[in-house]
Design a protein around this ligand. Structure first.
Ligand code: NAD
Ligand code: GLY
Length: 350
């Protein structure tokens, strides 16, 4: 097992290893004095892991209730959120009780937002069961639900009390969903770590899970500790996301987040090479790595459509979009780009 400590507005551990889920109860007990624990999960994950989680919590002395949402992004909305907080109120959870987010990024973001707002804030524990949630969404305290106007538009920063990542749960992930998480893993290599990038290009899908997840979490920890509230360095985590969100939106979310980020990274990288921001060799390496994981590197959508969607991205600030652009493997730059130049930048990368 590997442990990474995050010292943000809350200090907490991220534990990564096999066989951790059956230890959930004792682990939660050590970080919070709750009497009741509400497990929030989805219709795919709860049948697989709900009983192990509930049994462990019960054994540790918690009174356990559970709330299961339909699997999928569609559940990350205002009405499911209200159902969840009503459920917590009906079950008399108090401020000293806790929520357990057992699932992927959808469950994690929704549960985190409920934890941030129910009774003006109660403790929550992230138990990520997708690769994406393990390396990204469970760490760093960004919580949100989607609004009809866009993804993640209503949320709060709220750090968990603990992240318990049992890598054995990844064994039941459909390969396609595992691949989606790989886009985020490649992103960390391109952003910060040539050694991680080299490991990924050498091993492909058979990379060493515990080591790689722990390394990604360390990298995210460093960014979150530098810029918890996303006003500077944390923006780099959006490599590939501005254009990726455009791809997701254009596909009406039939293209997954991971695949859209992969396409976004490839477009930004090609545009960077054309503008001289990175060498053609670096661009080839990045694009080859994305393709090596079976992720897409191109899109059928036109620059105009991607540009329009990118404009509604949260990262826009007035007339400027902060694009994250690779200079070399492990070295990316935040380039404030006038909106008037964004379309031609996207065009160059298609
Ligand atoms: P997800 O939570 O929808 O999970 C993907 C699918 O895998 C679902 O159908 C789920 O039921 C299933 N699943 C999960 N774990 C499983 C397991 N162990 N075995 C079998 N099936 C399993 O999607 P995701 O990719 O984990 O997360 C995407 C969400 O994360 C998006 O809403 C995105 O906005 C959010 N996100 C948040 C942050 C953040 O910092 N908060 C960062 C990145 C992404
Ligand atoms: N996933 C982006 C962030 O946590 O900032």
């Amino acid at each position: 097992m590997k442990t990474v400590e995050v010292k943000a507005s809350k200090v907490y551990q991220v534990r990564i290893g096999g066989g951790l889920l059956p230890t959930l109860g004792d682990s939660v007990k050590a970080v919070c004095k709750a009497a009741k624990a509400a497990i929030v999960s989805d219709t795919n994950v709860f049948p697989l892991y709900g009983a192990i989680a509930a049994e462990s919590l019960t054994k540790a002395g918690f009174d356990v209730v559970h709330f299961v949402i339909p699997a999928g992004e569609e559940s990350k909305n205002g009405s499911v959120y209200l159902e969840l907080v009503n459920f917590l109120a009906e079950n008399h959870l108090t401020r000293s009780d806790c929520l357990i987010a057992l699932g992927g990024g959808v469950v994690g973001d929704l549960t985190g937002f409920a934890a941030a707002t129910y009774l003006r804030g109660i403790a929550y524990i992230q138990v990520p069961t997708t690769l994406l949630a393990a390396v990204d969404s469970s760490v760093g305290g960004k919580t949100a639900i989607d609004l009809p106007a866009g993804k993640n538009l209503c949320g709060a920063f709220c750090q968990p009390h603990l992240v318990l990542c049992d890598i054995d749960t990844l064994n039941t992930l459909p390969e396609d969903i595992f691949r989606d998480g790989c886009a985020e893993v490649i992103k960390y290599g391109v952003l910060y770590d040539p050694t991680l990038f080299a490991h990924l290009t050498n091993y492909g899908l058979s990379f060493h899970r515990e080591d790689v997840i722990a390394r990604c979490v360390e990298l995210k920890r460093d960014v979150v500790m530098e810029d918890e509230f996303d006003t500077g360095a944390r923006m780099k985590l959006n490599l590939g996301h501005t254009i990726g969100h455009g791809v997701e939106a254009q596909s009406h979310f039939s293209i997954s987040h991971g695949k859209a980020v992969a396409i976004g990274m490839a477009i930004v990288t090609r545009a960077a090479a054309k503008s001289g921001a990175c060498s053609p060799e670096t661009a080839d390496q990045i694009i080859a790595a994305i393709a090596h994981f079976g992720l897409p590197i191109a899109t059928e959508y036109h620059a105009e459509a991607l540009f329009t969607s990118a404009l509604s991205d949260k990262k826009r600030s007035g007339g400027t979009v902060n694009l994250i652009v690779p200079a070399a493997i492990g070295d990316c730059r935040i380039i404030p780009t006038p909106v008037s130049e964004l379309k031609s930048f996207i065009e160059a990368g298609l």
